[in-house]
Design a protein around this ligand. Structure first.
Ligand SMILES: Nc1ncnc2c1ncn2[C@@H]1O[C@H](COP(=O)(O)OP(=O)(O)OP(=O)(O)O)[C@@H](O)[C@H]1O
Length: 258
C-alpha cells in the first residue's frame, strides 16, 4: 500500500514483511513507508500485531527465540535484516519507550547518562551537558534540576516516563518508538507527554502505538490501522479518521469493535 502524498524523506521502507512466533504468523505481508519527522500512530485491536511491528523496526523482537521474519525493512535505504547490518547501531539510532516507565534503580542523573557512559564517555562536564540537554528536550529539566542525585523511583509516573524519554534522547537517536507510552498515566501526565511528542517531532521521527483514537487524532500525522497481523489501511491521520476507505477501519475508529 502506498501511503505518502507529501515529498518527505522515507526513513523506513517496509517491503512484504512477515513475522512468525513459532508457527503463528503475527505480521502478514506488510508494505509501508514511514517518513522523517512524522508522528505515525499504529492503531488496531488487542493482539493485531502493533507491538510486534514496532519492535521489529529496531529488531528488538528477535530477542524472542521463536521469532522468524521474511521480507525487508530498509532503514535509510539499508536492509536491517542483511547479514552485514549492525544491529547495535540500529538500536542506538532507533530508541524505544515502553508502556510502563522503566527507569533504572539509580539517580535521575545516572539514568540519563547511562547510555553515554556505555558508549565510553567519561568526561564529567560532557556527561553533565548531555544530562541537561536531554532532560530539557524531554521537558523535565525544570522539575528535576535541583534533585539530579535523587533516586528516579521518587519521581511521579509521568516524570519517570519523561525521564525514560530523556534517557533515549541522550544517545542521539533518529527515531523514537513508543509502545503505548501514556497508558499507565493520568490525563495531566498524558497531556504533557503528548505536548512533548509534538515538540520532539521537529528533531525526531516518532512511531507510537496507541489504543486511544483521540490520542492518535491529536498528535499523529499518519495513522496505520492493523487487524489480525495485516495492515488494512494507512495514510494521513485526518483522512483515516474522517473518510476511511475500508469498512473495517471505519468500524474500528467508530468503536464498533476492538
Ligand atoms: N512472545 C510471544 N510469543 C508468542 N506469541 C506472541 C508473543 N508476543 C506476541 N505474540 C502474539 O502475536 C500477536 C500480536 O501480538 P502483539 O503484542 O504484537 O499485539 P498488539 O496489537 O500489540 O496487542 P495489545 O494491543 O494487546 O498490546 C498476538 O496473537 C500475540 O499473542
Amino acid at each position: 500500500m502506498t501511503n505518502k502524498l507529501i515529498d518527505k524523506r522515507t526513513i523506513f521502507k517496509i517491503k512484504d514483511l512477515n513475522l512468525w512466533y513459532g508457527n503463528d504468523q503475527a505480521l502478514k505481508g506488510l508494505n509501508y513507508d514511514i517518513n522523517e519527522h512524522d508522528v505515525t500512530a499504529i492503531i488496531g485491536p488487542s493482539g493485531c500485531g502493533k507491538s510486534t511491528f514496532i519492535k521489529t523496526l529496531n529488531r528488538m523482537v528477535e530477542l524472542i527465540p521463536s521469532v522468524r521474519t521474511s521480507g525487508e525493512i530498509l532503514y535509510n535505504e539499508t536492509n536491517i535484516f542483511s547479514k552485514s547490518f549492525r544491529v547495535e547501531e540500529l538500536r542506538t539510532k532507533v530508541g524505544m519507550v515502553f508502556q510502563k516507565p522503566n527507569p533504572f534503580p539509580k539517580s535521575i542523573y545516572e539514568n540519563v547518562v547511562y547510555g553515554a557512559k556505555v558508549h565510553g564517555i567519561k568526561n564529567k562536564s560532557q556527561l553533565m551537558e548531555i544530562a541537561e540537554t536531554s532532560l530539557r528536550s524531554a521537558a523535565l529539566w525544570d522539575e528535576v534540576k535541583d534533585r539530579l542525585n535523587s533516586n528516579a523511583y521518587g519521581l511521579s509516573g509521568g516524570q519517570q516516563q519523561r525521564l525514560c524519554i530523556a534517557r533515549c534522547l541522550a544517545i542521539q537517536p533518529e527515531v523514537l518508538l513508543m509502545d503505548e507510552p501514556t497508558s499507565a498515566l493520568d490525563p495531566i501526565a498524558t497531556a504533557k507527554i503528548e505536548e512533548l511528542i509534538v515538540e520532539l517531532k521537529k528533531e525526531y521521527t516518532i512511531v507510537i502505538v496507541t489504543h486511544s483514537m483521540q490520542q492518535a487524532a491529536r498528535i499523529s500525522d499518519e495513522t496505520a490501522f492493523f487487524l489480525l497481523g495485516e495492515l488494512i489501511e494507512a495514510g494521513n491521520t485526518k483522512t483515516i479518521f474522517t473518510t476511511p476507505r475500508d469498512k473495517r477501519t471505519e468500524d474500528y475508529i467508530t468503536g464498533r469493535f476492538g
